[in-house]
Design a protein around this ligand. Structure first.
Ligand code: URA
Ligand code: URA
Length: 237
C-alpha cells in the first residue's frame, strides 16, 4: 500500500475510534442512525422575505441590555451561537462562569459534554443553534428569578421564531418549564414529545445534571435518538 493511502486509513480509523468512544461514554447501544440531510439552506431567505426579523436584528434590540438586575453582575451578555437556519435548536438555562467570560453558551464542562452528545448524533455545534432562557449569568449560578425569566424570555421566543427550527431540545428542568409553562417534573417529561408554539420539543436532562448523574446519559441518548428519528422522518416525508 502507498504511504498516502496508509495515512488516510490511519486517519479514518482514528476518527471512527473517537466517534465510538463518545458513544461508549454515553452508554450507547444499538446505534442505528442515519445522518439528517443538509440544512434547508433557503429557509432563512424565505423567512426574511416573509417579513420575519433576523437573529441579528433581535441581538441589536437587546443592545447593552439593562432590563433586569443581572446586568449589574454580568461580564457580558450571552446571546446564542450557531446556524441561523438550524433545523435543531437546543435551549439551556443561563450562562455559567465560563459562558459569561467568553460570551458563548455551553463552553464550560457541561458544554463539552453537550458537544460530545451532538457529535454522537452525527452533528456539529456549528450546524445547530444553542442558546439559553436567560442571556446573563445569575450571580454564583443561582436559579433564575421569575422576574428575570419574564423579562428575558421574549427574546428567546423571538430567536426561535426567527430560526423556525424543525425540532427543539429543552435541556433540563428550567428550560423545559420556561418554554412549556408547566411544572411537571423533568423526570416525567423527558423522552415524551411536547409542543412549543407548534414546534415539536423534546425535553431531556441538562448536561450539567449528567455530569453529576452519569447514569442519566442513557436516557438522554434515547431522547436524542427520538430527535434524530423525527428529523429523518421529515427528510423522508
Ligand atoms: N448551562 C446552561 O444552561 N447554559 C450554558 O450556556 C452553560 C451552562
Ligand atoms: N434536574 C434539573 O434541574 N435538570 C435536569 O436535567 C435533571 C434534574
Amino acid at each position: 500500500m502507498s504511504e498516502p493511502l496508509v495515512n488516510e486509513l490511519r486517519e479514518t480509523l482514528a476518527a471512527a475510534r473517537s466517534q465510538f468512544e463518545y458513544l461508549v461514554d454515553l452508554g450507547v447501544e444499538n446505534l442505528n442512525r442515519r445522518l439528517p440531510a443538509e440544512n434547508r439552506g433557503q429557509q432563512g431567505l424565505a423567512a426574511n422575505a416573509a417579513g420575519q426579523e433576523s437573529l441579528d436584528a433581535i441581538r441589536l434590540d437587546l443592545g447593552d441590555c439593562q432590563r433586569c438586575g443581572l446586568a449589574a453582575s454580568r461580564t457580558q451578555l450571552v446571546y446564542g451561537v450557531g446556524n441561523p437556519n438550524a433545523r435543531l435548536v437546543l435551549v439551556g438555562e443561563a450562562p455559567g462562569r465560563e459562558e459569561d467570560l467568553r460570551g458563548e453558551p455551553f463552553v464550560g464542562e457541561a458544554g463539552r459534554l453537550l458537544d460530545r452528545i451532538l457529535h454522537a448524533m452525527g452533528m456539529q455545534r456549528e450546524e445547530v443553534y444553542i442558546c439559553n432562557v436567560l442571556k446573563c449569568r445569575p450571580p454564583n449560578n443561582r436559579d433564575p428569578l421569575p422576574e428575570e425569566v419574564a423579562t428575558c424570555e421574549a427574546f428567546l421566543n423571538r430567536q426561535i421564531a426567527a430560526i423556525r427550527p424543525q425540532v427543539i431540545v429543552g435541556l433540563g428542568r428550567f428550560a423545559v418549564h420556561s418554554l412549556l409553562k408547566t411544572r411537571v417534573p423533568i423526570s416525567q417529561l423527558r423522552g415524551e414529545w411536547q409542543t412549543y408554539r407548534g414546534i415539536p420539543l423534546m425535553p431531556t436532562y441538562h448536561p450539567a445534571y449528567l455530569l453529576r448523574n452519569p447514569e442519566g446519559k442513557r436516557e438522554v441518548w434515547e431522547d436524542m435518538k427520538s430527535v434524530l428519528r423525527a428529523m429523518n422522518a421529515e427528510d423522508e416525508g
